[in-house]
Design a protein around this ligand. Structure first.
Ligand code: ATR
Length: 286
């Protein structure tokens, strides 16, 4: 890759950012698509976020991804925010449109894309149980509700967080009923007999740990399982689900999906199909 005076610049704002897979993944996609641009990591401390965002138009940077801990704080710093991102209260992609900074959330669209591609799952009229109540859960909740889910259950270790989330969106989606459940075998057993999809939005499984509370025998055979976590040799949740004959997929599809959607917002074209997910799997295996 050779940089010239014409090379476009993109990047990612985060702190820390050194661990992010996005720079390698996006640069690989840019190369394969034959686009003259580079994607660089910017370690931006929280106290510098406003100045970093304000510098984007001055520097002619075409767009950036935004990651931990800036996804929520950045919303107030943009000229325009996509309605779904505004509902999530989080932006992970900024597009510089001739100096106007527009924010999107491709974690949500990437999630729906992963469900469609990896699990052939459509959220419309679906019944979905979400484990968790953090930022990832909020993005999932909003994107599933906007896609027309009929019922969303929230089960979180700290029940109060799930209640706060449910309350925040109470009545916000005409077609979607949101219900809070205890994260316990007893409380989950009846709902699991009704759901079409079970999603882990927490970090549980990253170190190989299991959700002890899950009454697996109650999960409908036709239900699919999505784990936002990914690991080299598969996550415990996905392994268990597959062993029991469920459709199941890990978080690689979502990570690739958010990257593909951001790429599309910046360039109006898609990276080669499946390339990002393949690169991520290969990278994990190394
Ligand atoms: P993110 O933005 O990635 O969603 P977060 O806002 O820190 O991260 O939320 C982390 C989620 O993982 C929370 O739902 C958390 O549960 P609590 O609200 O009870 O903290 C959940 N979580 C983390 N570790 C967990 C564990 N060992 N068992 C169950 N839930 C866990």
């Amino acid at each position: 890759m050779s940089l010239t005076g014409k090379t476009g610049v993109l990047g990612i704002f985060g702190d820390p950012v050194a661990h992010s897979l996005s720079p390698s993944m996006q640069n690989r996609a840019l190369r394969e698509a034959g686009i003259d641009a580079v994607y660089v990591p910017f370690q931006v401390p929280a106290g510098e976020l406003a100045r970093a965002v304000a510098a984007l138009p001055a520097l002619g940077i075409r767009g950036v991804n935004v990651t931990v801990p800036h996804k929520e704080a950045v919303v107030a710093l943009l000229d325009e925010v996509d309605p779904a991102a505004r509902r999530m209260g989080a932006v992970n992609t900024i597009v510089n449109r001739r100096g106007r900074l527009v924010g999107y959330n491709t974690d949500g669209t990437g999630f729906l894309k992963a469900l469609a591609e990896d699990l052939h799952f459509s959220a419309t009229d679906g019944r979905i149980l979400l484990l968790g109540a953090g930022g990832a859960c909020r993005a999932a909740l909003v994107s599933l509700a906007l896609a027309g889910a009929a019922w969303i259950g929230l089960a979180n270790r700290t029940r109060a967080r799930a209640e706060a989330l449910a309350q925040e969106f109470d009545g916000a989606f005409a077609d979607t009923r949101i219900e809070v459940l205890d994260l316990s075998g007893r409380a989950l057993s009846a709902p699991l007999r009704q759901v079409d999809l079970l999603v882990n939005t927490t970090a549980v499984g990253l170190q190989g740990e299991q959700f002890d509370a899950l009454p697996w025998d109650d999960l409908r055979p036709a239900a699919a399982v999505y784990d936002m976590v990914y690991r080299q040799n598969g996550t415990p949740l996905v392994k268990e689900a597959l062993k029991r004959g469920h459709r199941a997929a890990d978080g690689i599809g979502m990570l690739a999906g958010q990257g593909e959607e951001a790429f599309y917002l910046w360039f109006g074209q898609r990276p080669p199909a499946g390339m990002m997910a393949r690169w991520l799997r290969q990278h994990l295996a190394e």
